[in-house]
Design a protein around this ligand. Structure first.
Ligand code: PLP
Length: 400
């Protein structure tokens, strides 16, 4: 008698997950598939995190934790915002959840009403519109262009806002493009926001430490402290510390919002695993050298992969400034035929053919709200990246 609720029935499986499923199937059939489809660091979690987790058990912290997160972890988060961002938040403005994703879920659950609009620069990480949609919100996409380095134009954001706008989502360094906002971009965006005093801002800074060529990302609150009453910063240990499976994210924002998010969370989960909290705390309190080593490796890989992508037939590729993705354009290949007889009529057809015929998994740009592109992750070993580039070279060269 089960019938999925409307909010689930209309919820698509994210393209990244669908791709991972297909990779599993092909591998089960014995195919040698390389996957650059998911956004997962290929490094082990730091040893200090393991020690932090063990310490929680040894010290007997095995009961239900406080809903907002354990105090020592929230203090470590508070110190992190001071150290890395020059931002001072009282503890009551800080909470912890099962990953950045649950913080986004909490924030939209706590604030979005039917018909509310969420302005999202495109391309975007697919979860913002999907989660907002579960609570009756509607994403309003603002296209960004390769020629602008995939940074949103403030005037385009202004044009997308109205009295129904509840949130503006900013995610820089960006997934999938790796774009970073300059101080001047943020100043222009802040000026727009001052004209829309009811709009909240979600600043997803989960890739903040993974930046290249000496660039340092600036946070909206660094240039516009007057907006502190309506900015929620979302962050976590998944990407910077290679701790995706630990499921720990943290957020800082205005107290009434954080309180409402804690209430939302309290009805979904009775707090975050204490071991994971101990691990995240130890990671945040450790010296930054480990993160710096991983960052440098991502940069080396970017420097190997992007020039090769640019040299391939029919591909263009903006230089990612951060995160660990390349987001090549493939428009020039539309209309071409593959060796297996497929017509490349879209980025979806391109990534399907690439997977089925060349056994390389990537994600179509349309999954991120930007057609004619595809995303590949360079969070993979040099050997895998080398073979992936060779496959992509052969595949694009063979198109007629
Ligand atoms: N934000 C962005 C832009 C992401 O790419 C991801 C993960 O892919 C997340 C948030 C969520 O990460 P987590 O829930 O592991 O903290």
């Amino acid at each position: 008698p089960f019938k999925p609720a409307r909010r689930i029935a209309s919820l698509p499986v994210p393209a990244t997950i669908a791709m991972a499923e297909r990779v599993r199937q092909l591998r089960a059939e014995g195919r040698d598939v390389i996957s650059l489809a998911i956004g997962q660091p290929d490094f082990p979690s730091p040893a200090v995190a393991l020690e932090g987790a063990v310490r929680e058990v040894r010290e007997g912290h095995t009961g239900y934790p406080p809903l907002a997160g354990q105090k020592p972890l929230r203090e470590a988060v508070q110190a992190k915002f001071r150290r890395d961002n020059g931002l001072d938040f009282p503890l009551a403005h800080i909470m912890v959840a099962n990953g950045g994703k649950q913080l986004i879920f909490n924030a939209f659950m706590a604030s979005v009403e039917d018909g509310d609009e969420i302005v999202v620069p495109a391309p975007y990480w697919v979860s913002y519109p999907l989660i907002a949609g579960m609570f009756g919100g509607k994403a309003v996409e603002v296209p960004c262009y390769e020629a602008d380095g995939f940074r949103p134009r403030a005037e385009a954001l202004r044009a997308a806002m109205n009295e129904r706008t509840k949130w503006l989502v900013l995610n820089f360094p960006n997934n999938p493009t790796g774009a970073i906002l300059e101080r001047s971009d943020l100043e222009a965006i802040a000026a727009v926001l001052r004209d829309f005093p009811n709009v909240m801002v979600m600043s997803d800074e989960i890739y903040e430490h993974l930046t290249f060529d000496g660039r340092k990302p600036v946070s909206l609150l660094n240039v516009a402290p007057d907006l502190a009453g309506r900015v929620l910063i979302v962050n976590g240990v998944s990407k910077a510390y290679a701790m995706t499976g630990w499921r720990v994210g943290f957020a800082a924002g205005p107290e009434p919002l954080i309180k409402a998010m804690i209430r939302a969370q309290g009805n979904a989960t009775s707090g975050i695993c204490t071991l994971a909290q101990g691990g995240a705390q130890a990671a945040l309190q450790s010296p930054m050298e480990g993160v710096e080593r991983m960052r440098a490796v991502y940069q080396e890989r970017r420097d190997k992969v992007v020039p090769r992508l640019r040299a391939m037939k029919g591909l263009s590729c903006a230089m990612p400034e951060g995160a660990f993705y390349a987001f090549p354009g493939m428009k020039a290949l539309k209309g071409h035929l593959t060796a297996g007889g497929r017509t490349i009529d879209s980025d979806v057809a391109f990534t399907e053919a690439l997977l089925e015929e060349a056994h390389l998994a990537t994600v179509p740009g349309s999954a991120f709200g930007q057609a004619d592109h595809f995303r590949l992750s360079f969070a993979a070993s040099d050997k895998e990246l080398e073979e992936a580039c060779a496959r992509l070279e052969r595949f694009t060269a063979s198109l007629r």
